[in-house]
Write a protein that binds this ligand. Structure first.
Ligand code: F0G
Length: 445
């Protein structure tokens, strides 16, 4: 089987196509690309995926990413042939996505005032590098190898660099990571060092680091593994695959994500568009994206908080000038994204257009929460025996807000994605040492 998979520009007015092996990651007109598949996969695969939960000695069955390999077979390999799988597929010994699936967390449900049965939270922090990024990185590094890339490059608020560094080390590749100096959690920075990545400190924020990394990747020949990379998006589709499989492929009413660069939102949207087109799901869950109040580009534009016009996908003709006016306004006023949840301290979400497409397809909503709401969200997850970072705390906080606004109804089934585990050790210590915090359990003398 050849040429089932190809790349296509997401802009319907452009629609340029590229071969998977071309090594191209962005359309030459500057737009984002999708991985497309010509053939519709058979629904019988659901049984196969389930049966692989007994991995029978294969790391590609154990992996929560490659267990679904027929749905992201951009390498066009014989997915039943384990030798061929090991030649192509990059996996950290089957660990990516292996342990992340939705769980009930009764104390969170109580806090949100919805029935425990209706709330599921999926801790992606259980990935080997501690965040959801491993799902996409396994796929992106697979493609990097396919096109013989020697060096992978990313900008990061910390988790992407940890995942990139980990896979690069495991595959014996070089890895350059561009980080906003002084603005990433110490636990994340130390991972990049630990895995032997070359750190490039950029004096600025994530958006500045990202521009610089793209420039340098072009100049010196690096393979970009940020979420503009369409193969990252393919790998991250397995997050909703696992959530839906857990529900016997019965769609919930809502899937909720934090919003940063909007790679997750984009991949969830693509996953749902595909599953719906293939007839695997009948109902389309609504996506809710939660921004931090201090980094609320999508919230502002989607809800008409900047100008009255609400930014929409608009059948592939979004109002790009509105986005540009917003960025120009931020620059003019010197407004920089600012939140303690540094993972999502992002002002210019590079996947905004794919994000809009996802929201359009799913009749999605965008909300925003404060730092203190995120800390409460993070802490109530902890009190259930699960560990998540502050940016992931936006998910329970956002669900709570949407329930209070009666956008999420009390009998709706909600799946929230807890994107990463705690890597900022002092945040919970500081939270619990302040008795004014809602869930604080201060130490005794
Ligand atoms: N949650 C966590 C824990 C993250 O690390 C990120 C992004 C997000 C949410 C936002 O996800 O970009 O798909 O909307 N972290 C990136 C990084 C930017 O560099 O680690 P998104």
């Amino acid at each position: 089987m050849q040429d089932n998979a190809y790349l296509k520009c997401i802009d319907p007015q452009c629609g340029l196509e590229y071969a998977i092996k071309s090594g191209i990651l962005e359309c030459r007109k500057g737009h984002l690309l999708d991985v497309k598949y010509k053939k519709n996969p058979s629904r019988a695969l659901k049984e196969l995926f389930y049966s692989r939960r007994n991995p029978q000695g294969s790391i590609f069955n154990e992996s929560g990413v490659w267990r679904f390999r027929e749905l992201l077979n951009f390498c066009e390999i014989d997915t039943g042939n384990l030798e061929e799988c090991s030649q192509h597929l990059v996996s950290l010994d089957g660990a990516e996505g292996r342990q992340s699936k939705p769980y009930h967390m009764s104390r969170v449900a109580e806090f949100l005032e919805i029935p425990n049965d209706n709330l599921l939270l999926q801790p992606e922090g259980y990935n080997p590098s501690g965040s959801f990024k491993d799902n996409g990185m396994a796929a992106a590094v697979t493609h990097a190898k396919l096109v013989n890339a020697k060096k992978i490059v990313c900008a990061s608020t910390g988790n992407t660099s940890a995942a990139a560094g980990m896979y690069a080390a495991n595959e014996n590749m070089e890895c350059d990571v561009y980080i906003p100096a002084g603005q990433i959690a110490p636990g994340k920075l130390s991972q990049a060092y630990q895995f032997g990545a070359q750190i490039i400190e950029v004096d600025g924020n994530f958006d500045d680091a990202f521009s610089k990394s793209l420039e340098d990747a072009k100049k010196y020949g690096g393979y970009t593994v940020n979420s503009i990379n369409p193969f990252r998006i393919e790998g991250q589709k397995t997050i909703p695959f696992r959530a839906l499989e857990n529900q016997n492929w019965e769609a919930p009413d809502w899937i909720v994500y934090p919003g940063g660069a909007l790679g997750n939102t984009s991949s969830c949207g693509k996953c749902l568009i595909e599953l719906y087109e293939w007839g695997w799901i009948k109902k389309i869950p609504r996506i809710a994206v939660v921004n931090a109040e201090g980094a609320s580009t999508l919230y502002d534009l989607y809800n008409g908080k900047f100008e009255e016009t609400k930014l929409r996908w608009n059948k592939g003709r979004p109002d790009i000038e509105l986005i540009q006016r917003y960025y120009a306004f931020l620059d003019k006023k010197g407004i920089r994204p600012k939140t303690k949840a540094t993972a999502i301290q992002i002002g210019r979400p590079s996947n905004i257009l794919k994000g809009l497409r996802a929201l359009d397809f799913t009749n999605g909503v965008v909300t925003q929460v404060s730092d203190s709401e995120m800390l409460d969200g993070m802490s109530i997850v902890g009190l259930n025996g699960f560990d998540c970072e502050m940016a992931s705390g936006s998910v329970p906080a956002g669900i709570r807000k949407l329930i209070q606004e009666e956008i999420i109804k009390k009998d709706d089934v909600v799946i929230g994605i807890l994107t990463g585990r705690q890597k900022d050790a002092m945040l919970p210590v500081d939270y619990h040492n302040n008795p004014n915090n809602r869930f604080a359990i201060p130490p005794k003398q």
